[in-house]
Design a protein around this ligand. Structure first.
Ligand code: ZN
Ligand code: ZN
Length: 282
């Protein structure tokens, strides 16, 4: 088959698919121009995180003065995370949850592409500095139940966009950890201590590399901290963190970040107890 004919058939196939399945907004069912886009109403509602924000954990500030000269939130002044910088594309609010909960629990892996596009914008500086993308791992049991690791899908989509290599099995969970949503910060760190390790066969790919750790939601940072410590122990030259959504106020990361505080989409009500977890550790 000639290249021109193949190209023509591909275009016809694509057009037929577009007629059958017009692309829908990332967060609702309104038709949009291209897959992975937000409709005008959802775009207006989206809590894109821009400066001012914490230089370490990416939490958005109400005003620039909040961060002081070091541009750090109160939590990071008290207890600086082990990674360099973290960035999130969206505040983890109602709209972000309408995308991320179906992505994570509703068997909608294709939402990774739209989320990765938002992450690529928010994390452009971190992506430029990175040598390697590494997703936060799921424990085998959760991977079996869910069939995919949402962080790995985001990392793969980002790798495609940027050409950066992605190492899906660089990290692994040595044991299953409890859902972290209900635990206070100190308990989260204790639950995760030693639970995440670099895959013994992957150490050589990590040593000397600047790693960008990828996850869907950053809540308390306990999971990202455990991953960072494991990567640094394997000799990573640096670790930054890029997530789709950031819980706006780290002080809300404990008891107050329960689903009681934020409405859950009715589709998922009662079906996924783990959805109460702000995604840290899930
Ligand atoms: Zn929409
Ligand atoms: Zn911070």
């Amino acid at each position: 088959m000639s290249a021109r004919l193949a190209d023509g058939l591909r275009r016809i196939g694509r057009a037929a698919l577009d007629v059958l399945l017009p692309p829908q907004c990332l967060a609702c069912d309104v038709p949009v121009d291209a897959p992975g886009h937000l409709c005008a109403a959802c775009f207006a509602e989206a809590g894109f995180i821009t400066a001012p924000r914490c230089a370490a954990c990416g939490a958005p500030f109400g005003r620039a003065a909040e961060g002081g000269p070091a541009r750090l939130c109160r939590g990071c002044v008290q207890d600086r995370p082990p990674w360099g910088e973290a960035r999130g594309a969206l505040r983890y609010d109602g709209l972000a949850r309408r995308i991320i909960l179906p992505f994570k629990y509703g068997d909608r892996p294709e939402l990774a592409h739209g989320l990765a596009a938002l992450m690529a914008q928010a994390g452009a500086a971190l992506l430029r500095e990175a040598d390697l993308l590494v997703p936060v791992p799921l424990h085998r049991a959760r991977l079996r139940a869910r069939r995919y690791n949402q962080a790995a899908l985001l990392a793969r989509a980002l790798g495609r966009r940027t050409g950066l290599p992605m190492l899906p099995d660089a990290l692994r969970r040595r044991r299953a950890t409890a859902a972290l949503g209900e635990l206070a910060a100190a308990a989260r760190h204790a639950e995760l201590a030693g639970a995440i390790a670099v895959h013994p066969a992957r150490g050589g790919r990590i040593a000397g590399r600047r790693v960008l750790l990828i996850d869907d939601v950053l809540t308390s940072g306990a999971t990202a901290s455990a991953c960072t410590l494991a990567l640094r122990a394997a000799g990573a030259a640096g670790v930054n963190v890029l997530v789709a959504a950031r819980v706006p106020d780290p002080r809300m990361s404990d008891a107050r970040l329960s689903d009681a505080a934020m409405a859950r989409p009715p589709l998922f009500a009662g079906r996924h107890p783990a959805a109460a977890d702000g995604a840290d550790g899930a």
